[in-house]
Design a protein around this ligand. Structure first.
Ligand code: SAM
Ligand code: SF4
Length: 368
């Protein structure tokens, strides 16, 4: 009599059992090789290629759209992932198909000796990692951009919400526009390119500077990215009326500098990309998660500084990879855990639905 057909679940269980056995014996087999060519896929078929790792939830700025009422209680030190733990789990993520790692926070450059973790992670570029980037407020770049590059960082994204000193101070809570501009220059000098500049555009604050930012991109040959204000502020004061839509941003730039859509498949990119019609240097990216959601092609997951996996910026649940790792789980058990969490990734965010619930953790905790 022929054997009964094996169900998908049984096959998966068997594969895991074999992996565990092989791992215990230290044997490298086809099953493991297969897992090393694996791609993480969620239950909607989206491939997960992009991991954002928050190094700290602390910050030296007080951007009103992120941390308006000072720093919320920060995670106790013992709950923070150590550099060794971050290296360990990132190696596993890379073996599962993660191609891009972005270090973020809070302000990631507040984490002591950030070059150490960059050096550790940059070694994965000999395997499947393609891109190692950092998002920063730029404050520490003037003195440290070159060290970041030497440690193996590919590129930086720097936040810059205004080109006017008083507006910059009002939006970020600190009077350091000159320092951030010097940071951008230092990043260029160090070759941390292509440099992206992030500006959150908020009604009544900086929408009149939209075209000025485009002029900045042309002058300094950087990729200017305009971000719609999202309900992730610690004060929970976000209001739809404060959102300047991607459409309006596009129109404001077009009035002064006509744009042409960059003709590449957008893939999982967050931004719609444009170049200047007159051929000037620089590029424009518009990130419009509120008015033009792009969840269908999302390839991102996040790891918070205290070791929680977040499958969406707007998740209301988190998954403690820290506990799994610290419980002494084997590598295969960690792989199983990650795979099972990815299957729980939300189909989309629900910002525009009547029952939308703001996540309790804010952008500075989640890792933007
Ligand atoms: N501190 C670094 C910085 O500001 O670049 C990295 C972390 S910050 C949370 C990452 C990005 O998230 C920044 O570009 C910031 O402007 C953006 N961000 C923070 N809160 C936001 C919000 N409520 N809506 C849209 N973007 C936000
Ligand atoms: Fe700090 Fe960045 Fe949040 Fe501003 S956006 S408060 S710099 S974490």
């Amino acid at each position: 009599m022929p054997p009964a057909p094996v169900t998908v679940n049984e096959a998966h269980r068997d594969e895991r059992r074999v992996r565990r056995l092989n791992s215990a014996c230290g044997i490298m087999t086809a099953v493991q090789t297969k897992s090393q060519n694996a791609v993480l896929r969620d239950s909607y078929g989206r491939a997960i290629r992009d991991l954002r790792v928050s190094l700290t939830d602390r910050c030296n700025f007080r951007c009103f759209y992120c941390l308006p009422h000072g720093e919320p209680p920060i995670a106790p030190k013992e709950q923070m992932l150590s550099y060794e733990e971050i290296e360990y789990v990132c190696e596993i993520f890379v073996s599962l198909g993660i191609e891009k790692i972005r270090l973020t926070g809070g302000e990631p450059m507040l984490r002591r000796d950030i070059e150490t973790i960059i050096r550790k992670l940059s070694r994965f570029k000999t395997s499947r990692l393609i891109d190692l980037a950092l998002t920063t407020n730029g404050y520490f770049l003037p003195e440290r951009a070159h060290a970041l590059k030497s440690a193996g960082l590919d590129r930086v994204t720097i936040s810059l919400d205004s080109l006017k000193q008083d507006v910059f101070k009002r939006m970020t809570g600190v009077d350091v526009l000159d320092k951030v501009l010097a940071g951008i220059a230092a990043a260029k000098d160090a070759g941390l390119e292509p440099i992206k500049i992030n500006a959150v555009i908020v009604r009544g604050h900086n929408e009149d500077e939209v075209a000025d930012f485009a002029a900045f991109a042309r002058k300094y040959d950087v990729k200017m990215r305009y971000i719609e204000f999202m309900p992730l502020d610690s004060g929970h004061e976000w209001a739809r009326a404060d959102v300047v839509s991607g459409k309006e941003i596009r129109e404001r730039i077009n009035e002064r500098f006509p744009l042409v859509k960059v003709n590449v498949a957008r893939g999982s990119e967050t931004s719609a990309r444009y170049r200047f019609a007159d051929g000037a240097p620089g590029e424009i990216g518009i990130i419009a998660p509120v008015s033009e959601p792009f969840c269908g092609a999302c390839s991102r997951i996040r790891l918070t500084a205290d070791g929680q996996i977040r499958t969406c910026l707007f998740s209301t649940v988190e998954h403690s990879l820290r506990e799994v790792v610290r419980s002494g789980a084997s590598r295969d058990e960690i792989v199983d855990y990650i795979e099972s969490v990815i299957l729980k990734k939300e189909p989309r965010h629900f910002i525009n639905d009547p029952g939308f619930v703001t996540p309790s953790r804010t952008m500075s905790f989640i890792g933007g």
